[in-house]
Design a binder for this molecule. Sequence first.
Ligand code: ADP
Ligand code: ZN
Ligand code: ZN
Length: 762
Amino acid sequence: MQSSFADIILPLALKGRLTYSIPEEMQEIVRRGTRVQVQLKDRKIYTGVVARVHNDVPDIKDIRPVMKAYGSDPVINDRQLDFWNWIAAYYMCTEGEVMKAAVPAALFPEGETNVPVVERYRPKKETFVELARRFSDMELNEILDSLRKAPRQSDILTAYLYLTGYTADSEIKALRKSYVLKKSGSAPSHINPLVKKGIFKQLSLEVGRLSYPENKTEQIRDLSNIQAVTYDSIRRIYKEKDIALLHGVTSSGKTEIYIHLIDEQLKKGKQVLYLLPEIALTTQLIIRLQKHFGNITGIYHSRFNDQERAEIWKKVAADDPGSGYRLVLGARSSIFLPFSNLGLVIVDEEHDISYKQHDPSPRYQARDCAIVLAGIHKAKTILGSATPSIESYYNAERGKYGFAELKERYGSIRLPSIILANSREAYRKKLMVSHFTPELLNSIDEALSKGEQIILFQNRRGFSPYIECSDCGWIPSCKQCAVNLTYHKSIGRLVCHYCGYSISVPHKCENCNSSGMVTRGFGTQKIEDEIKIVFPSARVERMDQDTTGSRNSFNRIIKAFEEHRTDILIGTQMISKGLDFENLTVVGILNADNLLHYPDFRAHERSFQLMEQVSGRAGRRQKQGKVVIQTSDPDNRIIRLMLQHDYQNMYRSQIEERRAFNYPPFCRMIRINLKHKSRADLNSFADILGNDLKGMFGKRVLGPEYPLISQIQSWYIKTLLIKIEKEKSLAKAREMIRAALDRLEKEKGAGGLRIGVDVDPY
Ligand code: ADP
Ligand code: ZN
Ligand code: ZN
């Protein structure tokens, strides 16, 4: 049937799809998922994707025609379009915003007015060689015999046969010419006679710009007995459920289990997506997987440029087992790759906060989206972590997810021993050397003298100052929200970042009446300078956002540590993930208080996760590691639980708190950010919206109030938070909020207002 109209998604923040008419000559070509070029009212030309073709005459006066169609092959498949649609609805954004985040711009060029769009994506070609035809064993023997006087040619052929594992009844595989030459130690001229003799043929194929090992080099390792039991239980879960949570202590072999699950899917001809926090996508892990799965393994993260991303995209789309990617290791945005046949999605370090995109829109949580994506493909999902998020553990507890465990480290290495160092006491007794307690200094000293390595962890989560009683450790907190109040120096007040409640800075402790109230929260970079003074002969490096501007510098620092050219590595969150160092025995956490007192309802959960992850780096091989935690509050409940590596009781205490104060998973949160260049206008619009929402949602609305960072450049910011009970319909709530925002946008002067909506803003 012919369709006259096409609804088109453009990579812009437009509210809905745009409808265009399909010219007669394009009717055969324009289909769901194909690319087309259209012109907007402002005459700008864009390339978009067709979301639907139909014959429903739209209610618009002069409907414009599609300008150009780029062929009838869909570049966005049905499943992707369904996925985009779900994301846009759930996260209250437009499909265009999803598209912008999802596709490399090179695939959807943005045209200038009236200038024809040329496709910017240019694939790179490379020369490959393969056997000219299938030869029997006898023929091959004859050929090799005939080449006895031409050892170079014989080397090339032998190398090819060895590398491809050729047998008379296997597929003929193409190898990169350069690779074969390198492996056989030959020059290009040596291949030509083989081509002339009709033994080889050369072909020019599209390849990625990124070089990977050509073939697998290592067999998959057998699972230990304990791992095998867990693996079997996951397979049993999958008979009934689609999602499994794997709670395995650090270094227990979660990755080995993933490798077995991946292998199983690949053998069935399915694709696998392996999600990791960007920073855990280390060369170490990539090499480990490529050794097993070879060049069907693709990598995807935000540090690739657009051209490279376009190439990876095409290799995922190529449903050709010879040249496409079947396994993708990627950071959060890889959920958008054009998978057609996923069998398994792995979300490793599922608790990690970097799965959430905060800005720009779509403000999605890649773990949650991955589950939906797997659902669309009828694939299985595995969530893995040593410290699962409270939400996931709760889902497992309720039976929504299946649950599997690995309680022991591989090789029965013990979890690191933990030493608490009381910094308040050390300050009082004047035993502190700058920011270091005697316990930490002794441990560093001892490790250095044995030629072992040390990691010192300092929290990146900036500087969120709070007030503390230096005598009893009391910290002012919000009675309503149970989070610590943040000190705002500029206004001299303590502010709650959930509800806006604020008080002037108290001069006396409410608990012990002492007048020793002090500000806490120290900077990060000083640590490096100071440790160099204390240990002048140690080789010290620092790894944080300042020192790792490029991916290379990140890898360089890791490599230097791996090769023991560095003794002490000082780092932020970046060093807590996925790294595996042989000679690392001491981990120091410089300020646990900073983590625990961050004004967020997840502060305790996050502190536990971070401390457990960081300490997981210590003593992964032969020796048991040691972790020194510096804190002014050694009796803190979370720290006590950390001492025992007691995840379960941490979970219990947190889930009770969440229930008591109505936080996720017992409610859903939607945050609305308003920005305006005029403070007065911002206040009045925020009040209008606040009142409108309170009329509908009542006490579920918190704010409007100023957030932690209340001004960015010339923009003032206010936020509103809406908490919706789990039992209530989220869809209905979104609809009501959308309506309130539409009313707000119609207010006079609302043009200067920027509105951002964040669903699950944590
Ligand atoms: P996790 O992902 O839980 O942190 P890994 O899978 O990285 O744990 O395993 C930790 C270490 O133990 C790695 O160096 C890994 O190579 C080794 N290991 C784990 N399981 C096995 C196994 N079955 N056979 C050989 N080595 C293993
Ligand atoms: Zn006190
Ligand atoms: Zn509050």
